[in-house]
Structures are given as structure tokens and as C-alpha cells.
Design a binder for this molecule. Structure first.
Ligand code: LLP
Length: 467
């Protein structure tokens, strides 16, 4: 469910016609619908009813825009962060430290210190090695680190292998059979307060079965740990619930079914539960609006060349995944086209041989379901500035990240000091000096201005780049 709908033949974001935004900010731009974000949080919270005060820690990596995070803060969400940058963004947007979880396999000592100093809810440790590091940092700061152990349950999430994290060969988490050992280590190390377990098996899950297997594994571990005298008070069930991208495919499990699964398997654990949804909250709340540069008739297929490219939305290139493409002002009829960007790679393709309404140069087009892992994964490849981000809220809208300018892009580079000296006065090559003195140099240069003359062509050829 989203708030991008057609009215009188024009695609709107909530109450705002997209052409009006395009007119004001240019293209491409990301457009987020606040109503969709709020709705998804509420649907998820409602699905978790009956569970005592679950913490919904939004996975900031999905969309770190400050306005998006501010909406989520106002909805009472926490944050799941995986870098110091994300931690700072979450705090800056008003998400209380007491609702922030820090995940990730490679937290640096500086990041650990930043998290401890901020007083966050929990650090999810992903290895025994990390526990030792965290202990050292906590002791150095004179603090106790609230720790959950991220378990690798060796479950195949059944999703795209690049975003599956729950198999034993993946870099994530502590192997389930080493968790008791890790818990004992955490208990024995100074500065660590082991409080619970965490899990996250992958993203864009299209079935609840892998989650069920992982949750059962977790339940067994909790019982085992408690049998050993451990006080397991918290469990973080991660994120991963899929969302519909392709309207032709059956939708992934509804949050209601997910909530029912959690109630059935986890309610009896007697722990405080946390969740880390990302895509589910923001995926359908965002689109990438761009313009058709031209429609090119290729040798074997027709290309719709957009002004957005793989650097703006990398998901189709990186994962080969589907994004629905809609004309902002659809015309009657159908056509088939391959949608590409202007970047110099064949991989810069959004959709191959896609059936669409007829499109022509200048038309506005929306790449749907781009609110998660869209703008946040963008780059400036091909020296294409980062695009604008716009938030719509009812009939209001605002630019929540201005379009980067080419000047800003260039200004971010620094010239190495030895390259920064003012250009030296043109020096003729030594051979040329030998052949003629300074006066004849000028005399030879002059004919160039009027397009030729008596000067030797070889000399002219050297003088041109030197001027
Ligand atoms: N928690 C942890 C520890 C995670 O690693 C992730 C996502 C989440 C929560 C949120 O998962 P979600 O609810 O959004 O599925 N760039 C990829 C997705 C990468 C997901 C990485 N981890 C994509 O565009 O599909």
C-alpha cells in the first residue's frame, strides 16, 4: 500500500501532483510520502499487538534521510544503526539513544566508544573477537556495554544471495553452537553486560518459513542458556520482511502473519523483544521520478533513455531486481522498451523489454518502490551529482535534501599541494629554443591568429598547446 496514485491522468504523491515538484526541483528526484511511512509503522506495530512494549528499531541503512528519521522518531521508533554516521544521524533526528541498537560485523573501537558514550540501548556483538574488543573499549571508558549476541542460525533465508545473512558461511553472527561459549566469555570480561540474543537472516524475505526455523533455533538457545544459569532478558528479531515490488507476483507475507508467528513462537520467551524493519517501513514510501531523455530505436530493441541512472538507483544493476516503472501522465496504448540510464555501462539498465504505456522524450517516469536502499546507495559515478530528495506530507512538500551541484562535487576534491602552484609560464621545448630566439617565437606565433602564414607548421603545432 502506498500513497502514489493517479488522479485525472496524473500521478500524485499524496495531495501533490508530481509534475509540480518536477517543475520546481528538476529531475531526477526521490519523492517520499510521509503518510506511507507512518502507515507502515502503524501496521507493523498493530501486527505486534499483545507483545509487551516491542522496540521497533528502524534499520537506518534503508533510508537515513533526516526527515524520514524524524517522522519515525515521532512515531516512537528506535533505530538499528551499523556505523557511527548512522548513529549520529539517528540522534540528530531525535531518536533517543535508549532506543538505538548498533549492529554490524566490523564496528571499530572508535564506533564502539561513540555508541557507549551516547548511552545506546544495545550493541549486537557478532563474534567472540568483537566481545574482547568491546570489553577493552568499555573498560577504557569506565562504562558497562549492554550486549546482545547476534546468532548465526545457519538458515537459508531463500532470498537473493547478496542479501542473505543467515547461512553459516556468511560473515554474520556467532555460530549457534558457539553461543553458550560466547555468553560465558561476555560474562567473564569486564565492562560487558550480556543481556540477550539477536538475529537477522536476510532481507526481502518472501516466506516466513526461514524465519520460523530461525526463531525456533533461537528459542532452543534461550532454553539452553537459561539452563546454564544465563539471564536472557532481551531478544532482537531483526528485520527482513519482504515487500511487493512486482505487481504481477504474489505479495510477500503480510506483517499480520509475521506478528502471528512471533506471538506463537516468541511470546512465551519472557523477554523484551526488538525488531529492525527497514524496507517494510520505507520501501513503498518512495519513488524515483525522472524524465525520458529520448526514445532510441536500437538494432534489436527500443530503449527509453532516462535522466536517472544506476548511480541514482543501483538495485536493478546490483541485484537484478524488479522495480515497477510508471508514466507520470500515462498515454493510452502499450509499448515495449528497455529502460536505461545515461551511464557508460550496459549494466545501467532498470528494466529489460518491459511493457509500458507509450513514452516520448520529455515525459516524466516514476521508478516505484525506491524508498528503501535507493538514495542511500547512490553514488556520483560519472560525476553525476546526487539527486534531490523531496518529502510530501498531505498537500505540503519540501526538499529534504537539495540536489548536489556540480560545483559542490568538484569542490570536494582537493588539489595535491604540489599540483596547486600557479601554472608555470609557457616554456618552449629545448629543441625549439635552439632553433629560434624569443623574438622569432612571437613572430611565429602571430600567423596562427590569422589562420596560417609563413610560420613552419611544426613550430605552430608546438605553440598552440603552450599558449
Ligand atoms: N537488521 C540488520 C542487522 C540488517 O543487516 C538489515 C539489512 C536490517 C535489519 C533491515 O533489513 P530489511 O528489513 O530492510 O530487510 N541493499 C539491499 C538490502 C540490504 C539489507 C542489509 N541489511 C537491497 O537493496 O535490497
Amino acid at each position: 500500500m502506498d500513497h502514489f496514485a493517479e488522479r485525472d491522468g496524473v500521478l500524485f504523491a499524496e495531495e501533490v501532483p508530481l509534475p509540480a515538484i518536477a517543475e520546481a526541483v528538476g529531475t531526477p528526484f526521490y519523492c517520499y510520502a510521509a503518510a506511507t511511512i507512518r502507515r507502515h509503522v502503524r501496521v507493523f506495530r498493530q501486527a505486534l499487538r499483545g507483545l509487551p512494549d516491542p522496540l521497533i528499531a528502524f534499520a537506518v541503512k534503508a533510508n537515513p534521510n533526516r526527515s524520514v528519521l524524524a517522522i519515525l522518531a515521532a512515531e516512537g521508533c528506535g533505530a538499528d544503526v551499523v556505523s557511527y554516521g548512522e548513529l549520529r544521524r539517528a540522534l540528530a533526528a531525535g531518536i533517543p539513544a535508549a532506543r538505538i541498537i548498533f549492529s554490524g560485523v566490523g564496528k571499530t573501537e572508535a564506533e564502539m566508544a561513540g555508541a557507549l558514550e551516547a548511552g545506546i540501548y544495545q550493541i549486537n556483538a557478532e563474534s567472540l573477537e568483537e566481545l574482547s574488543l568491546l570489553s577493552r573499549v568499555a573498560v577504557g571508558l569506565g562504562r558497562q556495554a549492554p550486549v546482545a549476541l547476534r546468532v548465526n542460525p545457519d538458515v537459508d533465508a531463500g532470498t537473493n544471495p547478496k542479501i542473505a545473512t543467515g547461512r553459516s558461511e556468511a560473515k554474520f553472527g556467532i555460530p549457534a553452537d558457539r553461543v553458550p561459549e560466547a555468553w560465558r566469555l561476555a560474562e567473564s570480561l569486564p565492562g560487558l553486560q550480556p543481556l540477550g540474543l539477536a538475529i537477522h537472516i536476510g532481507s526481502q524475505l518472501s516466506s516466513l518459513a526461514p524465519l520460523e526455523a530461525a526463531f525456533r533455533r533461537l528459542g532452543a538457545l534461550i532454553a539452553e542458556l537459561r539452563g546454564l544459569g544465563a539471564r536472557v532478558e532481551r531478544v532482537d528479531l531483526g528485520g527482513g520482511l519482504g515487500i511487493p515490488y512486482d505487481p504481477a507476483l504474489p505479495p510477500p507475507p503480510h506483517p499480520e502473519a509475521y506478528g502471528a508467528l512471533v506471538r506463537r513462537l516468541c511470546a512465551g520467551w519472557g523477554v523484551a523483544l526488538a525488531f529492525e524493519p527497514g524496507r517494510l517501513i520505507v520501501g513503498n514510501a518512495g519513488i524515483l521520478v525522472c524524465r525520458v531523455v529520448l526514445v532510441k530505436e536500437g538494432a534489436t530493441r527500443r530503449f527509453v533513455v532516462l535522466d536517472a541512472a544506476m548511480n541514482d538507483l543501483i538495485r536493478p544493476t546490483l541485484y537484478g531486481v524488479y522495480h515497477d516503472i510508471r508514466a507520470v501522465r500515462p498515454r493510452p496504448g502499450r509499448m515495449v522498451a528497455t529502460f536505461v540510464g545515461p551511464v557508460c555501462e550496459t549494466g545501467d539498465t532498470f528494466a529489460e523489454d518491459r511493457e509500458t504505456t507509450p513514452l516520448a522524450a520529455g515525459d516524466l517516469v516514476a521508478l516505484m518502490t525506491a524508498g528503501a536502499y535507493g538514495a542511500t546507495m547512490a553514488s556520483t559515478y560519472n560525476s553525476r551529482p546526487l539527486v534531490a530528495e523531496v518529502l510530501v506530507d498531505g498537500d505540503r512538500w519540501a526538499v529534504v535534501r537539495p540536489r548536489q551541484t556540480v560545483e559542490e562535487l568538484i569542490a570536494q576534491d582537493r588539489l595535491a599541494p604540489w599540483l596547486a602552484a600557479p601554472p608555470a609560464a609557457p616554456q618552449p621545448p629545448a629543441a625549439w629554443d635552439d632553433r629560434a630566439g624569443p623574438d622569432s617565437r612571437v613572430a611565429e606565433a602571430e600567423p596562427l591568429a590569422d589562420g596560417g602564414g609563413a610560420a613552419a607548421p611544426a613550430a605552430r603545432g608546438r605553440l598552440i598547446p603552450l599558449r
